[in-house]
Write a protein that binds this ligand. Structure first.
Ligand SMILES: [Mg+2]
Length: 174
């Protein structure tokens, strides 16, 4: 199934976003990150950034790696999370459509080839990245529980992940 791989296969897998280091990114020529918010950085029902998120963002900043949140969430959800820490963001992004990815790249002044998308969902984050021509990293969801809009996507995702797993295409990094 070439199409499944073309559209849904991430470039890499990390169990947690904060295991992704500047060294790992620089080795791959990456200097900008587009990241999902809900269940990637914090649980979908957690309003605020925690110390792990802030430490990781600072680590990226100290290494001249730009970070932009691209979320399908509302302005209130994404703004309340991002504004206190002056994180760039795009809300109601309509991932997997490509428009918001292109806007985020323009905001960061980054080229596709030097940008990676980090997210917990194949059907929005990874599909969007693959369509936009970006590298992508799949992370495990922070919490098992999802928002209502995600429940159906997760079912489809499980089927695709089982297929990738059978093909030996999945290797999680710690
Ligand atoms: Mg998510």
């Amino acid at each position: 199934m070439k199409l499944l791989k073309k559209y849904f296969l991430p470039s890499d897998y990390f169990r947690e976003f904060h295991s992704i280091t500047p060294e790992y990114l620089k080795e791959r020529g990456i200097r900008a990150i587009i990241t999902d918010l809900d269940n990637t950085l914090v649980g979908f029902d957690e309003p605020d950034a925690n110390e792990e998120v802030l430490r990781w963002l600072k680590e990226m900043k100290d290494n001249d790696i730009k970070v932009s949140i691209v979320s399908n969430g509302s302005q209130q959800r994404v703004g309340d999370f991002s504004d206190p820490h002056e994180i760039q963001y795009i809300y109601r992004a309509r991932k997997p459509l490509g428009h918001s990815y292109r806007r985020a790249l323009a905001n960061m002044g980054a080229a596709k080839s030097e940008t990676v998308m980090i997210g917990d969902q194949l059907l929005t984050d990874v599909l969007g990245a693959n369509r936009a021509g970006l590298e992508s990293i799949l992370v495990l969801p922070v919490k098992k529980k999802d928002g209502w809009a995600t429940v159906v996507n997760r079912r489809i995702e499980r089927i695709i992940m089982r297929y990738f797993d059978r093909k030996g295409l999945i290797q999680w990094r710690d």
